[in-house]
Design a protein around this ligand. Structure first.
Ligand SMILES: N[C@@H](CCC(=O)N[C@@H](CS)C(=O)NCC(=O)O)C(=O)O
Length: 334
């Protein structure tokens, strides 16, 4: 089975985090394979690959597996530098990176998720709600979700207001005043796009009348995506067992080695470590030998897959914890 560019994206199509990556790939016209995952656990393909991380998306390039949409986008920018979508000047990079932090780390996504209409088929599915209760540690009963909505709406309205009155206030088409969509638009737009698409916003609070610039920006983004889609290669679909076979038999995409001696965590190459996210899904720890530790990235070599072959699991240094393995499943965030 051929895997274009050696890339396999593990996702489900309506995951707003995964869309950050599929949009990027479409806008760049990059060919890739996708291995579609169920929206809830269990995800047999990933456990057969020996991955405990329970969030979506993940992307493999060869025998390297990348966790988290932020790291995935960074890797794609580096792998395909010609025509990269990232900001060029320092100031613009600053805006792009702050937008990434804002939309992911400020709690905006959680606020947006709590506005999802209860009429959505998934929101009617008791298995989905139970899965997300376990994932978030919060009640997903209809009553509790309804109770949370007014306050979430205050936060979401604030976010619409922020863009309307600052970055988009001068009527520019794109966040960085560019000719075309850039990575900064992807970093900024995904939560807003999601809420508008799902009709999750009460029109008397957030609408095209109250926030015309944000709505027009979303419409432009949709048009750009539609036009890119018409010429972009279609992703190749790959089933789990083929994806695993491909990954464990592929070459590594990156050289290993490089544990920063001055890193505050004072870990050493070859240490047995655990790696897990600390913002959500934090009881799912991956375990292996530390092979890379830099200010931007941590890489762990794991042999926990059904074939016992080494794969390398990469994560960023923001939102993840790496620590000497204890065999426990520490689940606290801090
Ligand atoms: N910081 C992560 C967050 C990923 C995330 O939370 N994804 C959601 C799907 S949109 C998720 O994994 N939900 C639980 C699940 O699908 O198991 C990223 O940027 O990739």
């Amino acid at each position: 089975m051929s895997v274009p560019n050696n890339i396999i994206l593990f996702h489900y199509p309506y995951s707003p985090f995964a869309r950050r990556v599929t949009w990027y790939l479409t806008l760049r016209g990059i060919e890739y394979a996708q291995c579609i995952q169920p929206p809830i656990l269990p995800r047999k393909d990933l456990s057969d690959l020996g991955i405990s991380y329970r969030r979506i998306p993940l992307m493999s390039i060869g025998r390297d597996v990348y966790l988290d949409s932020r790291l995935i986008l960074r890797k794609l920018e580096a792998k395909f530098p010609d025509g990269a979508l990232g900001a060029k000047s320092g100031e613009q990079q600053g805006i792009q990176r702050l937008l990434e932090r804002y939309t992911i780390d400020s709690g905006l996504f959680d606020r947006a998720a709590s506005l999802l209409p209860s009429s959505l088929p998934l929101m009617q599915d008791p298995k989905f709600k139970k899965d997300r209760e376990e994932f978030s540690g919060r009640s997903w009963s209809e009553e509790d979700l309804e109770k949370r909505k007014p306050e979430s709406l205050v936060y979401v309205r604030d976010a619409f207001n922020l863009l309307e009155t600052t970055l988009l206030a001068d009527g520019r088409d794109w966040i960085l005043r560019s000719e075309k969509v850039t990575l900064a638009d992807i970093e900024a737009i995904w939560v807003f796009h999601w809420l508008v698409e799902l009709n999750a916003l009460p029109q008397n609070v957030v609408s095209a009348e109250t926030y015309p610039k944000v709505y027009a920006w979303i419409a432009r983004f949709r048009a750009a995506l539609k036009s890119a889609k018409s010429s972009a290669p279609k992703p190749v679909s790959i089933q789990g067992p083929d994806a695993i076979k491909h990954i464990i038999n592929a070459e590594f995409a990156e050289p290993s080695g490089g544990v920063d001696k001055s890193d505050p965590l004072a870990l050493n190459e070859g240490d047995d470590v655990e790696l897990w996210p600390i913002d959500s899904g934090f009881s799912h720890h991956d375990r292996g030998k530390l092979v890379v530790l830099t200010p931007e990235e941590v890489t762990v070599a794991s042999r926990n897959n059904s074939h016992g072959k080494e794969i390398r699991i990469h994560a960023g240094r923001w939102g993840f914890r790496v620590a000497r393995a204890t065999g426990g499943t520490e689940s606290s965030r801090l």
